[in-house]
Design a binder for this molecule. Sequence first.
Ligand code: F6P
Length: 365
Amino acid sequence: MAKAKIKKIAVMTGGGDCPGLNAVIRAVVKTAINHYDLEVYGIEDGYQGLIEDRIHPLNYGNVSGILTVGGTILGSSNTSNPFCYPITLGKKTVNKDVSEQCVINLTKRGIDTMICIGGDGTMNSAAAFVKKGLTVMGVPKTIDNDLYGTDITFGFDTAVNTATEAIDKLHTTASSHHRVMLLEVMGRYAGWIALYAGAAGGADVILIPEIPYDISKVADYVMRRSRTGRRFSIICVAEGAKAKGGKMVVAKKIANSPDPIRLGGISFMLADQLADLTGISCRAVNLGHVQRGGVPSPFDRALATQFGHYAMELLMKGKPNRLVVMKNGRLDSIPLGQTAGRIKTVPMNHTLIAAAKAVGTSFGI
Ligand code: F6P
């Protein structure tokens, strides 16, 4: 039987938030209403709101004035997976598949189409909902820029701006006190933020997960700078960076999260180690969630607007169940399930690694 024409869609934001989410929501809702005369619903707090039936109509007024606002007007959650959801019965908690209830919560409103804005965890569930008969369009987001299949995700540029500004500020205080200042940035298992912010901020050392470091090489480099009159050093370290043969520093484990590991703390460990090895005063700053907040950069607003619009165009032109991506400067799409279990790390032959090395930046090797 042919599928009925799309009349209602629901939009949601899942996973960790990032600057530019509201720009996508605005583009989706305005395109849906202006060009296709659709009814649009918003799902609150990612899959959590879908599970709990918190779904409400979105109109033009709801999305006016949100282009420049960080975060997401819908709310988000990076711990709820409808296909493995903890239910507490008495004293016992068991994981259950509550996806059927999610489908009912949509279809009872006459909705069978979702626009899911999220990272890999959100896309895995989105692909599973397609198997349950829903139509889903995926829009990639993450400050980490690590989503497989797209050259860039919105949120990354704003995060890099924030981290670069932090490096700029650390330069002056490091120089005044002749210190080693370490800035720890996010990125999970990929070093994109550290590489771009480190290169843009002129960090002396950049440490990323893709290039395991040797602490003695970092210490030698810092001492050589000191001996030659450059009495301070700036180190930009990705939260996922690790020593050769070592392990990433885990800050905590979040029960029930699709990705329970939260990294963090390597900058403090390195500051202690470097102070011991060099005798130079070292201080560490973990920039943390500051990188996820704030006003989205113009680049992210423009990218997010294109992604949201393109998702609607593909959907309405009969190309559903795809993830919108940017490939070689052009909008494109890939099958929704294709990101599962894959991440995009920094390739060793990245031109920014070569350029940073050429201007004297150390990668700790
Ligand atoms: O994926 C985005 C991100 O900010 C990562 O860079 C970071 O490791 C993680 O999310 C932090 O997650 P949470 O918000 O749960 O602390």
